[in-house]
Design a protein around this ligand. Structure first.
Ligand code: TLP
Length: 346
């Protein structure tokens, strides 16, 4: 049990004592010179876990995604995305600004474009249209309540793009949540995609960092683009050391976060004025809808006064994310706080 129950994001997790010890003891070198042994170990481990040739340690999920887009595309191309994708909605317009590409957003039911949608979105060879340069997928999907897609679903969408010569990037910020929830190996989700970005500093609880994985050639070019963005870091093994602990120790425990999210969603679903689709809660994200005008603000403020922090993601929706700094008792406290606020609506 914690003093404050912070459900705003799994980015709020703090490093474990084991991570801090590993950081203090990390062997380091200048990583721009590719001489940091701890970074090299983390990169090798990440590539191996996802079944790819090579990996690159970057400062954030946003940097990883945008470096990947820059590396895959040329200016003037079009990038196909789901309409609620993080890479399109919440990365400061990076695709337009950094890669000089336009975005083709596809509305989807659960966050993953169907093979047919991908087929129809790929541009024909025609002087009037931008060539399709990349397909981006997201697994798990943040704005679709953490929905997790099976390797087969990812493969089906990705294959269509690749058959047309279009590379595929997977925003796997929470790919290990998908792997744990669906009981599949993380590498299975990556077989038919060209690059993947995953985060160490969400549910895996490292303080900083993400990895981009792909072929050796792709990662060499991504390294150049990371430098361009000012992301060449020096004795960064102190951060990579925490990432190694994250990959070795923090993956299996994600199942606890998923159980807590389910318990939270079930509790909320019984409350009047709130709608949550339980069938969508597969991992650690619970998005619920509030019918009452002003209800979102009342809930966020009312819960905050009761030391429970929720995140409003629109005028009628709230997102809660479970993580290692929220335990089962905290979930009961959060439910009690929400219930007290909702009771006043009767
Ligand atoms: N998501 C954050 C915020 O940016 C909204 C959160 O609290 O969930 N891809 C996905 C699917 C993400 O959810 C995020 C972060 C990123 C990429 C970007 O990672 P960072 O924050 O490390 O740049």
């Amino acid at each position: 049990m914690h003093d404050v129950v912070d459900l705003r994001s799994d980015t709020l997790t703090t490093p474990t004592p084991e991570m801090r010890a590993a950081m203090a003891a990390a062997e380091v070198g200048d990583d721009v010179w590719e001489e940091d042994p701890t970074v090299k170990r983390l990169e090798a481990m990440a590539a191996e876990r996802l079944g790819k040739e090579a990996a690159l340690f970057v400062a954030s999920g946003t940097m990883g995604n945008q470096v990947a887009v820059m590396t895959h595309t040329r200016p003037g191309q079009e990038v196909i995305v789901d309409a609620d994708a993080h890479i399109y909605m919440f990365e400061v317009g990076g695709i337009a600004r950094l890669s000089l590409c336009q975005v083709r957003p596809l509305p989807t039911e659960r966050g993953l474009p169907s093979p047919e949608q991908v087929r129809q979105a790929i541009r024909p060879s025609n002087i009037h249209v931008p060539p399709t340069g990349l397909l981006c997928l997201e697994n798990t999907h943040n704005r679709h309540s953490g929905s997790a897609f099976t390797p087969e679903e990812v493969t089906a969408a990705a294959r269509v793009a690749r058959e047309h010569g279009v590379p595929v990037h997977l925003d796997g910020a929470r790919i290990f949540n998908a792997a744990v929830a669906l009981r599949r190996d993380a590498s299975e989700f990556c077989r038919e995609v060209d690059s993947v970005q995953f985060c160490l500093s969400k549910g895996l609880a490292a303080p900083v960092g993400s990895l981009v994985v792909g072929t050796r050639g792709f990662i060499a070019e991504a390294r150049r683009n990371r430098k361009l963005l000012g992301g060449g870091m020096r004795q960064v093994g102190v951060l990579a050391a925490a990432g190694i602990v994250a990959l070795e120790r923090m993956v299996d425990r994600l199942a606890e976060d998923h159980a807590n999210a389910k318990r939270l969603a079930e509790g909320i679903s019984r409350m009047p004025g709130i709608r949550v689709d339980l069938s969508r809660i597969q991992t650690n994200i619970v998005i619920f809808h509030v019918d009452r005008p002003g209800g979102v603000q009342e809930l966020v403020e009312g819960c905050r006064a009761r030391k429970v922090k929720l995140h409003a993601i629109g005028p009628a929706a709230i997102r809660c994310v479970t993580h290692k700094d929220v335990d089962a008792e905290d979930i009961e406290r959060a439910l009690a706080a929400i219930e007290e606020v909702v009771a006043a609506w009767a």
